[in-house]
Design a protein around this ligand. Sequence first.
Ligand code: G6P
Length: 479
Amino acid sequence: MNLVVVSNRVARVKANEPMTGGLAAALLPVVEKSGAIWVGSSGRVRDGATKDAFADIEPLGEGAIALLDLPAAHYGGYYEGFANSALWPALHSRSDLIRVSLDDYRSYREVNAFMARALLRFRKPDSAFWIQDYHFLALGEELRKLGVTQPIGFFLHTPWPSRDVMNGVPNHRELIEAMLAYDLIGFQTENDCQNFASYLKSDLGLKIENNVVTSRHGTSRLAAFPIGIDVDAFAANAARAISHPEVVRLRKSVDDKRLVIGVDRVDYSKGLVNRIKAFDRMLAINPSLSRTVSLLQIATPSRGAIEAYEALQTELSRVVTEVNGRHGEVDWTPIRYLSKGFSQTMLAGFYRTAQVGLVTPLHDGMNLVAKEYVAAQNPVDPGVLVLSKFAGAANELDTALLVNPHDVDGMARALSMALTMPAPERRLRWEAMMKKLRNGTIEQWSSSFIAALEQTRTAEPVQYCDFPKRKAAADLTVH
Ligand code: G6P
């Protein structure tokens, strides 16, 4: 099978460059090992919607990356507009932040149609298309309009909200009907899958049997495929990274004190303001912790041209300054706040250095930082993961200290507990999480999805909203 993977953002090919968002990091090893071609936006735009020149095709492991310049007239309405000011807030249950116009929707559809035309050059008789994320909900329908008959699968990296929230998205009906052109629609969790199924039943009046929905497009299968990481590679990377000069500098600066780490894109779904408030509260409740613990918050700027993101950056700077002003001393800064990205290798070393990983999104499809923090730990002296129960990762990492990210006091208590947890308990919790991570690696994620996509062309049903049964390893190889 010739696999064509499509996403808006693609990874940078050069090793050790910062990567924005979990999607790019997750897909990198999939493409490297499977030999797929990965098509995405070059980040540049080009005049004239019909010109679709690729800026670049670069080899990536066994596969390749193809970067496409998107049409200038529609890029803003597509990316900042419909994708990130209508779909993203709705998918994270923040309908109050939806700001969108009909023109934005039109641009979104134009870019989906443009991408479909560009993909034709990669089509071979044995191709299969695997479309990623909310930027391309309608791409399957556009490919079908162009006569593509090959299997097309779709995976959503974000949550899928309840049906009333989706009803707040302009043109939701047309868009979700278009999604049914996909043969397979994958979600991070069963809850997301069930929310989607509930929309199909209640709003579109469709019947779903054995996880298969029938529409004017034919049949589509729905299933949950929780995304994972390459656990052993990440662990080995973390062990090596400990001697990286930047990591050595961090360790020296922490000395015999303790470090709590948070790593996120600046996004309202990540719960960053409440997290800073929880750290503040912890210092207020336990004055004895003053000078003994600091928070390293890496906050990579994101989507800065959108008002809600700009406002969040301003608010975060204000809250961090307040907390540092209140608790800091001439020779101690409680919160080290860095507005930039770091390479995966450096992050792995930072995770291993920190005694606590603080991952507290208000809503998150999966959250791979949580998984990476766990994988990076030293087995004899592992750190503690404090994790929001509203991250998809909480389904698997249920021996983390699970918190409600809206409850600042509760998070402050969990933080104190994490900082004082005895080693035997830390090891027990960590071992249980590692076992889960090894049972759901990135390799298993992609193999399961591709196997299920191939099965859509056979009559064999898979269990409704269940993680698809794994086939024998030999059957799962991606070609
Ligand atoms: C999330 C989305 C990805 C996106 C990433 C970074 O992880 O699910 O699709 O690529 O954020 O966002 P950006 O808008 O910078 O690509």
